[in-house]
Design a protein around this ligand. Structure first.
Ligand code: HEC
Length: 202
């Protein structure tokens, strides 16, 4: 189990380096900070996966309940109100901050930072090459960061799929009303919807 993590770490470090604009950089700034031991990395990886899973289960079970009682629109309204407090509280209880970010956004507040943007691009490439997308733990600027893919499932199509085929006209209008610049539609099952991004506060 250790190899993929090391591999991902090297891959991402390489990727970060290749994104640097300065021509004469020889070392990444990560090398200044003491790096995590393999054991610590495993620990953060497990912790990150647990937080992401718990958040996903809480979000999706609440969504399902709202869909049943009031359909897509009630679920969208709920998501708009509750997604942030919910994800925040689960992460906080674990002494971390959590974001769900994407390159095709519904809520502009979920915009990725440079590191997350790079990881999304990397996952997209891996997906195109039929590789398995795995969570990563990396240390950047003294912070321990966890990132993992969010793949689209059939249950997401009602709100992120193809208009008319999966999303009714009135539901789309309702979504557009709350999110006028919504880009988070036309996804297919298995697409990379975004990533979980967790920063540990230690
Ligand atoms: C009932 C409609 C609905 C369903 C079903 C739904 N979503 Fe969303 N999704 C939303 C709304 C609304 C937002 C914006 C939430 C906010 O304001 O923070 C959102 C935001 C997101 C984001 C954050 C990035 C962004 O674009 O703002 C991700 C990632 C995401 N959804 C993934 C999923 C996945 C994966 C599924 C299926 C497991 C899913 N969603 C199912 C309505 C839905």
């Amino acid at each position: 189990m250790k190899k993929p993590i090391i591999f991902s770490f090297i891959l991402l470090s390489g990727m970060l380096l290749s994104c640097e604009n300065t021509s004469n950089n020889t070392q990444s700034k990560e090398s200044d900070t003491p790096s995590l031991s393999q054991q610590e990395k495993e620990m953060y990886l497990t912790k990150g996966k647990t937080i992401a899973k718990e958040t996903f289960i809480t979000l999706s079970s609440n969504l399902k309940t709202k869909m049943k009682s009031g359909g897509v629109q009630e679920a969208v309204a709920y998501c708009n109100m509750a997604a942030y407090p919910l994800t925040d509280s689960i992460a906080k209880a674990n002494n971390a901050t959590l974001k769900r970010v994407s390159d095709k956004l519904r809520n502009p507040m979920n915009k990725p930072d440079e590191l997350e943007k790079g990881m999304i691009e990397e996952y997209q490439k891996m997906l195109a090459a039929n590789e398995k997308l795995k969570p990563v733990v990396i240390e950047v600027d003294g912070e321990t960061r966890f990132m993992a893919p969010i793949l689209l499932k059939p249950a997401c199509l009602n709100c992120h799929g193809t208009p008319e085929k999966h999303i009714s006209e009135s539901d789309l209008a309702f979504i557009r009303d709350i999110y006028p610049n919504d880009e988070a539609i036309n996804f297919a099952t298995g697409d990379l919807r975004g990533i979980w991004s967790i920063t540990f506060m230690e």
